[in-house]
Design a protein around this ligand. Structure first.
Ligand code: PLP
Length: 428
């Protein structure tokens, strides 16, 4: 049997760091990553045959569990018709109609191949539409790896200690203003000073790339207000939260409408898909209607559309998100009870189908400074023990956890039993 350690050693020969996305490398966890072979429902199975209850869900898309038969069936059905045509297809219109129906602030939408493309294109559109260069983002928010956005970012960039990357030209980075998340006063002050130069604010409406940090009441409302006042574009990056926090995304959950929305992950059902869309008057500036250029050889790929449509259709079943949210609540409550009983300083935070576990004595974590002040060593010990016991949590203290509708009460119970063992070991 080939082990994960052997596969990792081989992978490192020709793949930088052995991985095609940095956070998969388990950096800082003092062990090689686990190589997975297959997945089904709530479970991942590694190359050594071990089963894990999975709370990563391919970093978000697998909201109904892995290898969902309806999603796979939809892809199989399209497969024999060919993989890609480079022409318009009817299925792209079906997808656009569905997105606009599920997220009413989106009146027009363009499909792309990743979340990074979605945010990068939305930023270009906002700049083209307003004729301004500056963008405002928040420390620890991650919007993919395009130049303008890889400044004080979260996710793998943060895990690897490089929130701002070499290779991003200083001349470009200087147009990116970074403020503290959940600090409406800082936003007001920034706009008082340079509001008329700001093309857009881009924000994760629930921050999921510095663990899981919901917006404080009034924060998103402030963003909406200053954008209206200064005619800047408000962009919600709902690559993670879209269709997860609620059917209509975080904007439906918190009742604040952006001008543009970026989507990814769930919208592709596990295939490489992103999308950006919003108000008609802004979207009409995208080529070929308008002058702002954006394109993609494989954008709107029929197999990817089939997977995404099948998944989105399932999420429209009444009560889906309430049930998912309830499961996350059960997990978070159970974890809290067990940490308290063991005397471990830990809190959980939740937004619908996503959650975070923070090792801290604080009662809340609201921003980057608080997230990075949490106990990294406690996280490492917790993660290692859970993995050992067959529970796959995100391999970084700066990533949110994801639940799927395939997680049964037994899976949650197994997770809580494992956490009890982990907390007891952490006390020693
Ligand atoms: N935006 C957010 C909020 C994300 O969480 C991510 C990825 O995790 C991205 C953008 C980038 O998406 P992708 O990795 O598909 O390029």
């Amino acid at each position: 049997m080939t082990t994960s350690a052997q596969l990792f050693e081989r992978a490192c020969r020709h793949i930088p760091g052995g991985v095609n996305s940095p956070v998969r490398a388990f950096k800082g966890l003092e062990r090689p990553p686990v190589f997975m072979e297959r997945a089904q429902g709530a479970y991942l199975f590694d190359v050594e045959g071990k089963r894990y209850v999975d709370y990563v869900g391919s970093w978000g898309p697998m909201i109904t569990g892995h290898a969902d038969p309806e999603v796979l069936g939809a892809v199989r059905e399209r497969l024999d018709s060919g993989l890609s045509f480079g022409t318009p297809t009817a299925i792209e219109t079906t997808m656009a109609d569905l997105i606009c129906e599920m997220i009413p602030s989106i009146e027009m939408v363009r499909m792309v191949n990743s979340g990074t493309e979605a945010t990068m294109s939305a930023i270009r559109l906002a700049r083209g539409y307003t004729g301004r260069d500056k963008i405002v983002k928040f420390e620890g928010n991650y919007h993919g790896h395009s130049d303008s956005l890889l400044v004080k970012a979260g996710s793998g960039a943060l895990t690897h200690g490089e929130p701002s990357s070499p290779g991003v030209p200083a001349a470009l980075a200087e147009h990116t203003v970074t403020l503290s998340y959940n600090d409406p006063d800082a936003v007001e002050q920034c706009f008082e000073e340079i509001g008329d130069q700001v093309a857009c604010i881009i924000v994760e409406p629930v921050a999921g790339n510095m663990n899981c940090i919901p917006p404080q009441p009034g924060f998103l409302e402030t963003l909406r207000r200053v954008c209206d006042r200064h005619e800047s574009v408000l962009i919600f990056d709902e690559v993670m939260t879209g269709f997860r926090v609620a059917m209509g995304g975080a904007q439906a959950h918190y009742g604040v409408e952006p001008d543009l929305t970026c989507l990814g992950k769930i919208v592709g059902g596990g295939m490489p898909v992103g999308a950006f869309g919003g108000r008609r008057g802004i979207m009409e500036n995208i080529s070929p209607l308008g002058p702002v250029y954006q394109a993609g050889t494989l954008a709107g790929n029929p197999l990817a559309m089939a997977a995404g449509i099948a998944l989105l259709t399932k999420l429209r079943e009444p009560g889906f998100h309430d049930a998912l949210s309830q499961r996350v609540e059960t997990l978070c409550h159970g974890l809290q009870e067990r940490a308290d009983a063991a005397g471990i300083d830990m809190i959980t935070q939740q937004a619908g189908g996503m959650f975070g576990v923070f090792f801290t004595g604080q009662s809340r974590v609201d921003n980057f400074a608080q997230a990075t002040a949490c106990d990294g060593d406690a996280f490492r010990r917790f993660f290692a023990s859970m993995l050992e016991q067959g529970v796959y949590m995100a391999p970084s203290a700066f990533e949110a956890g994801f639940m799927s509708s395939a997680h049964a009460p037994e899976d949650i119970q197994l997770t809580l039993d494992a956490a009890e063992v982990a907390f007891a070991a952490m006390r020693q």
